[in-house]
Ligand binder design. Structure first.
Ligand code: CDP
Length: 224
């Protein structure tokens, strides 16, 4: 890997990467976790990295309109993500990165190209260190690992996605969750840098009426 750009050629390094993208509530995290377990690979939730930068910026009371200050936060912050917890600059942020404040500001932070550049380099380094992995996010198959072995785009109806998320976040009612999801989908899909979009060679699975195991079985079958 080129240490400066983070550019890497998967075929040269022989690493196995599975890229899973899609909007909020489409089933990415559950599917990616279970697929990683079945394949004996590591799993990386790249959304947790963007959420961690938003958390660090808010903790330092940085104005979300100050893009260069937020890029500095992304560069300087130490983000540790493991299977059950997220630590930002030594502070356990596992719960707060999923809270309503971070959820409402994360798309603004994720639209900043300098932030994306910093995190992209870390995501590629994470894969190289482990010799592969299952990564989920918005731009994994399109930008971070365009030559991944398998690229997956998960979707689900807006109603089912909001129901799933409302079930996870008991403090918020369905209407609030649905409105937040719609706003975040719009921001993530229309931003200038690395918008959420399906890679032309990605498998598209609509998870609206499928169980997690049905989706994972389908992906394992595609891997052959
Ligand atoms: O879990 P949920 O689908 O609600 O979102 P997430 O995966 O935690 O991602 C949070 C936010 O981070 C998204 O709404 C995007 O704005 C941003 N994100 C991104 O821009 N690129 C990624 N690869 C992953 C997340």
């Amino acid at each position: 890997m080129d240490a400066v750009s983070g550019e890497t050629s998967l075929s040269d390094d022989g690493v196995r990467v599975i890229a899973i993208d899609g909007p909020a509530g489409s089933g990415k995290s559950t599917v990616a976790r279970r697929l990683a377990e079945r394949l004996g690979l590591g799993y990386l939730d790249t959304g947790a990295m963007y959420r961690s930068v938003a958390f660090a910026a808010m903790a330092r009371e940085i104005d979300l309109a100050d893009a260069s200050a937020i890029v500095e936060v992304a560069r300087a912050s130490d983000i540790e993500i493991d299977d059950s917890s997220v630590t930002v600059d030594g502070v356990d942020a596992t719960t707060q990165i999923r809270g309503p404040e971070v959820t409402r500001s994360v798309s603004t932070v994720a639209a900043i190209s300098g932030v994306r550049e910093v995190l992209r380099v870390r995501q590629r380094a994470w894969v190289i260190e482990r010799g592969g992995g299952v990564l989920e996010g918005r731009d994994i198959g399109t930008v971070v690992f365009p030559d991944a072995e398998l690229k997956v785009y998960l979707s689900a109806s807006a109603e089912v996605r909001a129901e799933r998320r409302a079930g996870e976040v008991s403090a918020l009612d369905y209407e609030t969750v649905a409105a937040d999801l719609a706003a975040r989908d719009a921001a993530d899909s229309t931003r200038q840098h690395d918008p959420l979009t399906q890679a032309p060679d990605a498998i598209h699975i609509d998870t609206t009426d499928l169980t997690v195991d049905e989706v994972v079985d389908e992906l394992i079958a595609r891997l052959g």
